[in-house]
Design a binder for this molecule. Structure first.
Ligand SMILES: CC(C)(COP(=O)(O)OP(=O)(O)OC[C@H]1O[C@@H](n2cnc3c(N)ncnc32)[C@H](O)[C@@H]1OP(=O)(O)O)[C@@H](O)C(=O)NCCC(=O)NCCS
Length: 141
């Protein structure tokens, strides 16, 4: 949970989607260094709800490796697409787009409407959520 709260500050929200989700972990020398949670949306579509790497292990390639592994897992499972919601600025945007995610929608005021406290990153308040989608080419769905 400590790891997942790095990506989503609301423990209630995390607990709400965990029971229907798959959770993947990245480990190094038997120690868990990262986690990624993906929930089904129906019709071969999935949503990446959370991905986080322990702060001491960030910027070492674990996040990209875990995301790539999860993308490949769902490709092999016959998925048609994976979505993710993220803020409108910050390195996370490049992190997802580097793996093939494209911006497909904007959810205006998402972070204001869905969280009791304002959320800041790099000193800037988060208001809107960008929806990004990775569509698997060659999928039948
Ligand atoms: C997002 C996250 C999972 C990426 O994992 P990671 O292991 O740190 O990322 P990687 O080492 O694989 O690096 C991927 C790229 O992101 C960049 N990056 C990672 N953390 C960064 C940071 N804090 N600031 C700037 N760039 C960063 C890396 O430099 C790298 O870019 P490069 O290939 O051009 O060098 C991780 O930083 C994290 O847990 N962040 C906090 C939780 C979070 O924001 N989750 C996503 C919610 S939308």
């Amino acid at each position: 949970m400590r790891l997942l709260l790095l990506a989503d500050p609301s423990e209630d929200k995390v607990r709400s989607y965990l029971p229907r989700s798959k959770c993947f972990v990245a480990s190094c020398g038997g120690v868990v260094v990262g986690a990624c949670v993906v929930q089904p949306l129906g019709a071969a579509a999935y949503e990446l709800m959370s991905i986080a790497i322990q702060p001491a292990h960030q910027k070492s390639g674990y996040g990209a490796a875990l995301l790539q592994w999860v993308i490949d897992f769902f490709r092999k499972s016959g998925a048609s697409q994976i979505e993710v919601g993220t803020g409108t600025f910050g390195y996370q945007l490049a992190f997802y787009q580097r793996q093939g995610f494209r911006v497909t929608a904007i959810d205006h005021d998402f972070f204001v409407k869905n969280y009791p406290e304002p959320i800041f990153e790099d000193g800037i308040q988060l208001f809107d959520m960008l929806r990004l989608t990775l569509r698997y080419t060659g999928s039948v769905a």
